[in-house]
Design a binder for this molecule. Structure first.
Ligand SMILES: NC(=O)c1ccc[n+]([C@@H]2O[C@H](COP(=O)([O-])OP(=O)(O)OC[C@H]3O[C@@H](n4cnc5c(N)ncnc54)[C@H](OP(=O)(O)O)[C@@H]3O)[C@@H](O)[C@H]2O)c1
Length: 214
């Protein structure tokens, strides 16, 4: 398959490029700061902005699946004013996918989005999310709504728990509901990348959301 990664210049995105190729796919990296990406075999690098419809229309044809790993930076503006980059960017990606007849979307969002709100470690759910992430999570929840209402034939939402730079864990917990659970903890960016790459062909959580954690 040929897989397009939007947000490929980010920390998770760069790990995801390697994981997708390791599974035997070809991969296209899309992002603004493409000088961060080291070239390697079966990788195409395309500079572009996820909010720019022309950039997306140009890159989309001939792909079989799209993985979203982009997100707003955590800074005073996104914390105090807010952002809609995930909602508007995802809407633009889906429009380009539909025009190019690309069927499959693997959308990474975040713990705290949608019905995962109120979950996570004690500091995350009682301090970090309420104090810092309220507006950013509103954008993530809106992004999930755009995916659910997309009408795409195949989609899945993947919500990572709190991110670390630790090693890859291949024995993750997967949450699709939150009744009586032991709260999600953390997950490494490497583990998220491997999981997202697997979701290119693993359809076990399609048309829904799965939260992943150590
Ligand atoms: N911190 C946590 O515990 C946690 C937990 C769950 C989920 N998350 C989410 O995970 C996301 C990814 O994590 P990460 O560590 O990989 O972050 P990261 O290194 O900051 O990567 C985010 C990427 O999004 C891209 N991006 C932002 N705006 C864009 C635009 N307009 N067009 C194209 N690309 C754009 C950026 O690429 P360019 O600047 O090159 O365009 C950047 O490389 C975060 O944004 C966060 O929301 C975080």
């Amino acid at each position: 398959m040929k897989v397009l990664i939007i947000g490929a210049t980010g920390k998770i995105g760069r790990h995801t490029l390697a994981e997708v190729v390791a599974l035997g796919h070809d991969v296209t990296a899309f992002g603004r700061s493409v000088s961060r990406i080291e070239p390697f075999e079966r990788l195409t690098i395309v500079k572009g902005d996820v909010t720019n419809a022309q950039d997306l229309a140009a890159v989309m044809p001939s792909h079989d699946a799209v993985i979203l790993t982009f997100g707003a930076p955590l800074n005073w503006k996104t914390v105090l004013v807010g952002t809609d980059v995930c909602e508007t960017g995802t809407r633009a990606v889906i429009t380009a996918m539909q025009a190019a007849q690309v069927p499959r979307l693997v959308a990474m969002t975040s713990i705290g989005a949608g019905n995962s709100s109120g979950h996570g470690s004690w500091p995350f759910r009682n301090v970090i999310k309420p104090v810092l992430l309220g507006r950013i999570m509103r954008d993530r929840t809106a992004q999930e709504r755009v995916v659910r209402e997309s009408g795409l034939p195949e989609w899945v939402i993947v919500r990572p728990a709190e991110l670390t730079d630790g090693p890859k864990n291949t024995n993750l917990r997967e949450f699709t509901s939150f009744d009586g659970i032991e709260e999600p903890s953390a997950i490494s960016r490497l583990s998220v990348a491997a999981y997202l790459a697997g979701k290119v062909s693993d359809k076990s959580h399609d048309n829904g959301a799965v939260l992943i954690s150590d």
